[in-house]
Design a protein around this ligand. Structure first.
Ligand code: PEP
Ligand code: MG
Length: 585
């Protein structure tokens, strides 16, 4: 197999080496091949096993149905079990394998196509609709089959385990919710055709601390199932079927990186203080309460951003509704208790754009400019109140702060504060404890907000700069679109001005300002942000110690005047140069 290299966008650092695991929509990508006579019964058994597995999955879905789930949900599972047990589905494809030697997937799809054609002839609309159920059942079986292909994988390169290879996911695209579901599986790398450096899928990959590269355009077409692949998450390079020499080079690089990371662990307990004695707060960004473990291991002083929307996402596909107040409360309390008195900043629901509540809801023409984040919450007051009550309840178990995303208008801030007051009043009436003095802060991530800071500092207790969106909205670059990813520039003078203005306004008003966008975790920008006056950084735990190392080596007395000069510069090349120079000081 010939080696080839693909170049894309680096997303999550490190190097991984493993076999490609292609994620493709099952029905669209069914392989067709003839099975040799002596393997026919094994192929039959493979399909029978897949049927049994789907049967088990459906039973499990049944038992996991919440008590208050709508009755149609149970009925829908029943229909799928019935379909699966029908000989037209469970027997006929086995005959096709035996008589025509088709592989299991092909045999199943052949039979489903035949049945679908018969359903099209039926006049009764109810029965005609059952065709969809049959297809959904077939999809489930195909998904199981995809994981059990019998063809022989290519031999392992020297030094790699043939039977227990590390798996690298290769896909056209992965939704943030799907990415989160991978946390429990043993994948060591991610490669996608599309996506941007700061898409939420990329952010989740970073929080899983697994090498990843996106924007590879053709990767999922060119790389084949079980191919050996190297992912260089620092360079955004993917090498398929590497030669022994290339493999050796990357293994050496991988070992060096691992050693460097181990060395960083020594800094865990070292206070984050610059050379001139200025203390810097390093906090963690988390998606789920379980991320508090890695945050504490990295020595985080608290959680600067809990992206609560991850508790809400991907549930539609499992037939679940949004988490109710109690379920949310349990999750928030879990994070608060895990952080043992350190502050936990819970951001209210930021759905929309690349984080739809449900994939099916993706209908807005410009979702990033649509009903996203606080706009969505104010349009769904009951849901918002439930979340606010859940957060407030958690505040009696430790220090909690409320962070509101995507604010731009004064009336949005006022409405939000009114709703927080309302949630507090409801809890008081129920004699439920909460922190009366809970702090409320705003994400500064829309340019309009950064240009109207007095409106914010007057009403709120703290600010947190969301550089991911601030760059997206300032430069009009969709952060998810790899075709314009080269224009997504954190060092654009307009972006730097807005960040500097926000830090200054906070300092003048005497309120805390953090950066919780991805810029906070980029070691190449640590000194620039310090020079701008930033004292609070929130990032993925995996970045924290490397940023601390930069802080320990920084001297504000030299950084501040240099940074002032950078902020006056308007030529991108000169700015980039000067920022690079800061690292040599
Ligand atoms: C940001 O926009 O920088 C941010 C931290 O929020 P998110 O990435 O979740 O939009
Ligand atoms: Mg944002």
């Amino acid at each position: 197999m010939a080696a080839f290299t693909l170049h894309g966008i680096p997303v999550s650092r490190g190097i991984s080496i493993g076999r490609a695991h292609l994620l493709t929509p099952a029905a669209l990508d069914v392989k067709h091949y003839l099975v040799p006579e002596e393997q026919v019964e094994a192929e039959v058994a493979r399909l029978q096993h897949a049927f049994a597995e789907v049967h088990r999955e459906l039973q499990e879905l049944w038992t996991e149905l919440p008590k208050d789930a709508p009755t149609e949900l149970g009925a829908f599972i029943d229909v799928h079990v019935l379909i699966l047990s029908d000989p037209m589905i469970s027997e006929a494809p086995l005959d096709i394998i035996r008589s025509r030697h088709y592989n299991a997937e092909w045999a199943l799809v052949t039979q489903i196509d035949e049945l679908s054609a018969q359903f099209d002839e039926i006049e009764d609309p109810y029965l005609r609709e059952r065709k969809q159920d049959i297809q959904q059942v077939a999809e489930r079986v195909l998904k199981v089959l995809m994981g059990t292909e019998l063809h022989a994988p290519p031999p392992a390169p020297p030094g790699e385990d043939h039977f227990q290879p590390q798996m690298i996911v290769v896909a056209h695209d992965i939704s943030p919710a799907d990415m989160l579901a991978f946390r429990d599986r043993s994948f060591v790398g991610f490669v996608t055709d599309v996506g941007g450096q700061n898409s939420h899928t990329a952010i989740v990959a970073r929080s899983l601390d697994i090498p990843a590269a996106v924007g590879m355009s053709q990767a999922s077409r060119l790389i084949e199932q079980d191919d050996w692949v190297i992912v260089d998450g620092d360079a955004g390079v993917v090498i398929a079927n590497p030669s022994a020499l290339v493999l050796e080079q990357y293994r050496a690089k991988q070992t060096a990186l691992m050693k460097a990371r181990k060395r960083l662990l020594k800094l865990k307990k070292t206070p984050a203080v610059t050379k001139d004695g200025t203390a810097i707060a390093l906090l963690a960004n988390i998606e789920l309460p379980d991320d508090c473990g890695p945050a504490l291991e990295a020595g985080a002083a608290g959680v600067g951003l809990f992206r609560s929307e991850f508790l809400f996402m991907g549930r539609g596909a499992q037939g679940l509704r949004v988490p109710d107040e109690d379920e949310q409360f349990e999750q928030y309390r879990k994070a608060v208790l895990a952080m043992k008195g350190r502050p936990v900043t819970i951001r209210t629901l930021d759905v929309g754009a690349d984080k739809p509540l449900d994939q099916a809801e993706h209908t807005a023409l410009n979702p990033a400019l649509g009903l996203r984040a606080i706009r969505y919450c104010l349009a769904e007051p009951q849901m918002f109140l439930a979340q606010l009550r859940a957060i407030l309840r958690a505040s009696s178990f430790g220090k909690v702060r409320i962070l509101i995303p995507m604010l731009a208008h004064a009336f949005e801030i006022d409405q939000t504060l009114t709703m927080i007051a309302q949630a507090k009043q409801q809890l008081r009436e129920q004699h439920v404890k909460f922190d009366e003095a809970i702090e409320v802060g705003a994400m500064i991530e829309i340019p309009a907000a950064a240009l109207a800071l007095p409106m914010f500092v007057k009403r709120l207790d703290f600010l947190s700069i969301g550089t991911n969106d601030l760059i997206q909205y300032t430069l009009a670059i969709d952060r998810v679109d790899y075709e314009v990813a080269h224009l997504y520039n954190p060092l654009h003078p307009a972006v730097l001005q807005l960040i500097a203005m926000t830090i200054d306004a906070g300092r003048k008003a005497g309120i805390d300002v953090a950066v919780c966008g991805e810029m906070a975790g980029d070691v190449k920008l640590t000194r620039l942000l310090l020079g701008m006056g930033l004292r609070e950084f929130s990032m993925h735990p995996a970045q924290l110690l490397a940023v601390k190392q930069e802080i320990l080596a920084s001297d504000l007395e030299t950084l501040v005047p240099r940074t002032r000069r950078i902020l006056r510069a308007m030529e991108p090349a000169a700015i980039a140069d000067a920022v690079e120079q800061l690292q040599t000081l």
